[in-house]
Design a protein around this ligand. Sequence first.
Ligand code: ATP
Ligand code: MG
Length: 249
Amino acid sequence: MGTVVSFINQKGGVAKTTTAINVSAQWAKEGKKILLIDLDPQSSATRAIFGDQDFENTIYDVLTGELEARDAVVSSESFGIDVIPSEIMLSGIEIILASKFGRESILKRALAEIKDQYDIIVIDCSPSLGLLTVNALIASKDIVIPICPEYFSLKGIDLILETLKHIHTGLGHKIDVRGIIISKYRSRKIVEKVISDLRTNYTIPVFNNYIPESIVVEEAHHRHLPMLHYSPKNPAGMALANLAAEMWS
Ligand SMILES: Nc1ncnc2c1ncn2[C@@H]1O[C@H](COP(=O)(O)OP(=O)(O)OP(=O)(O)O)[C@@H](O)[C@H]1O
Ligand SMILES: [Mg+2]
C-alpha cells in the first residue's frame, strides 16, 4: 500500500523542492514506484524536472474536480518517477476551494484511486500553511521539514508543530514528523548551535545526513537532472542519496 509524505516549511527557499525531487529520484532508482505532486503555484519542481514544457493537465484541474488524478500524471524518464505537474493558476485556487464541502480533504479524496499504484507519493508544498498545504497534510501520513539552520528556523518549526496540533484536534488526523532535513549546510558556529538546540529541545528526529551547500545542486536544476545523474560523487549528491536511504530504506 502506498504512503504519502509531504515536504513542508512555510519558509521559502529552504530546499523543499530540491530534497523532494532528489530523494524521489533516488527512491525510484532503488526500485520504488514514486509519484511526485507539485503542489506549489511557483511550479519549481515541475520546472526543475521538465524545464519550460507546458502541461494541459495539472494538479489545478484535479483539485477543481475537472480531472481524475490519473489523467494528470506524466512520467519523467531522467528522474524515473511519475509527476502531477503544477501551473501558476494554482495561485488562485484557495479561494475556489474555500467554499467547497470537505475543503481540507480534496487532495486526499483525489489521490484515493491511484494511491495503491505507488510505493510513495511525495508532495512538494509551497512556502505557506494555507489551504493547499492543509490539503497536503490531510493527505499525508508523514511529513519531513527541510530547514536552513539559522536562528529563526526554530520559530518556524514551532509554527508547523502548532498547525499539526490544530489538524489533529480539529480534523482528527494525526501526522508523524519523520524528521528535520538540514539543507544548505555549512559548518559554522551558529549553525552547529541551532542544530544542537534542535536535537536537545525537540522530540522530532533530525536526519543525520546534512545536505551541504553546493552550486552543483543549482546546476542540476538547470539541466533538469537529479543529482544522482548529474553529479552523484559531489558531496551534496552523496548526501541526498544517503538521506533517501536514511528516510526510507
Ligand atoms: N544544497 C544546496 N546548495 C546550494 N543551493 C541549493 C541547495 N539546495 C537548494 N539550493 C538552491 O536554493 C534555492 C531554493 O531551493 P528550493 O527551491 O529547493 O527551496 P524551496 O524550499 O522549495 O523554495 P520555495 O519555498 O520557494 O518552494 C534554489 O535555487 C536551489 O537551487
Ligand atoms: Mg519549492
